[in-house]
Design a protein around this ligand. Structure first.
Ligand code: PLP
Length: 369
């Protein structure tokens, strides 16, 4: 088989977890494993993390939450998506924690409660400036008051999401933090949520005063930097090696057009490798202009546009063999290509590159289980 390969190194995942845990001290670490663990496989990632003591997992949808439960993940699972009527009984049945993130969620809670139906555990999501889901920060007290009054159900947690914690200028992130703290102060008199959390990967490296008693971290687990701007970075290791197989090696004469648009024409006679990975597999299409792959410690130019299922590599006068693999990003014994190097060049962040790798053809191989 010549499927694209994603080697997922669980040893490096655990290494990254230990660094994160050390950084946050006593705060609980909630591992964000939404979008199939950022393309790394939510179930194996969560299992590996549960083994080393992670008890909280963040997903986006009820489907993702159920996938973890069905795979026997026992820890707390919190889902971030907007609450739906259909999700409530499933959340109750499978012990999934939900968000209350808008006024309609409150109406739904009240309606279910009036009919005597059980409610799931919930965190209050506060909007402090992301302007996505979230109870406006100045209405948190009245909303919480109303939930307590009509349902009697205490919130498990309260949180907000920061929109600029990974940027050099942290002033807006600190404005969000201040608004959040005001909201927490407002509800202190009426309830005391167990968990208070705002820190994502950016805040973990840039805002040491934002950890409270829980952090919600995704990207740092997977070993990529949330951005270039980090005040106090961690020595994280890339968890994923994205690789492709060379399925054909052929000699190509100088000037021969290669791939769509006939844009790439080598200046000399070369050996050309056809690699069986395409943009349908998450190979970033804009990466052909200055892009390269790793092979036997060298970097070789991507020759012409990336196709849906394949791309070509200019090996110059080197001679790879059919069946050899090339490294697209990651780090193995011979090659290292940080995903951040690619994302910076093409202006797409590592989040986009990882989560584009959801194609069915990708073969995930888990190392150091
Ligand atoms: C609500 C929420 N919390 C935490 C995270 C984790 O962010 P990061 O991967 O930057 O750590 C995300 C990811 O987008 C999120 O949506």
């Amino acid at each position: 088989m010549a499927n694209p390969i994603a080697e997922i190194n669980l040893g490096r995942l655990v290494h990254n977890y230990r660094l994160i845990k050390d950084r946050v001290g006593n705060a609980e670490v909630l591992a964000v494993v939404k979008a199939d663990g950022y393309g790394h496989g939510a179930v194996p990632i969560s299992k590996a993390l549960e083994k080393v003591g992670v008890n909280y997992f963040g997903v986006f949808s009820i489907g993702e939450a159920l996938e973890l439960r069905n795979a026997a993940i026992k820890g707390e699972i919190i889902m971030f998506e907007r609450l739906t009527r259909e999700a409530v009984p499933l959340a109750v049945e499978h012990a999934i924690t939900v968000n209350v993130s808008w006024f309609g969620d409150l109406d739904l809670f009240e309606e279910i409660s009036k009919k005597g139906g059980p409610l799931p555990k919930y965190h209050i999501k506060v909007d402090t400036g992301m302007t996505r889901l979230g109870i406006p920060h100045d209405e948190v007290a009245s909303v919480t008051d109303r939930i307590l009054d009509t349902t009697g159900q205490q919130p498990e947690g309260i949180y907000t999401h920061l929109s600029t914690s990974d940027e050099g200028d942290l002033s807006f992130a600190y404005e969000q933090k201040t608004l959040f703290e005001d909201s927490v102060d407002q509800i202190r008199g009426i309830c005391s949520p167990n968990w208070i959390h705002i820190a994502n990967s950016g805040a973990l490296v840039n805002m040491p005063d934002s950890f409270y008693n829980m952090v919600r971290v995704g990207m740092l687990f997977y070993g990529a930097k949330p951005s270039e701007e980090m005040i106090n970075p961690l020595s994280i290791e890339p968890v994923m090696n994205f690789k492709g197989k060379i399925v054909l090696v052929r000699s190509v004469e100088a000037g021969t057009p290669i791939s769509y648009g006939a844009l790439y024409r080598p200046e000399t006679d070369i050996k050309l490798g056809v690699v069986q990975v395409g943009f349908a597999d998450g190979m970033p299409r804009p990466w052909f202009e200055r892009g390269f792959v790793g092979w036997k410690g060298g970097r070789y130019k991507i020759a012409g546009r990336i196709c849906m299922d394949q791309f070509m590599v200019d090996f110059g006068d080197s001679e790879p063999s059919e069946g050899d693999t090339v490294l697209i990003w990651g780090k193995d014994d011979e090659n290292a290509i940080p995903v951040e190097e690619i994302s910076k060049d093409i202006g797409l962040n590592p989040y986009t590159l990882f989560t584009a790798m959801s194609g069915k053809r990708i073969e995930r191989i888990y190392l150091n289980e």
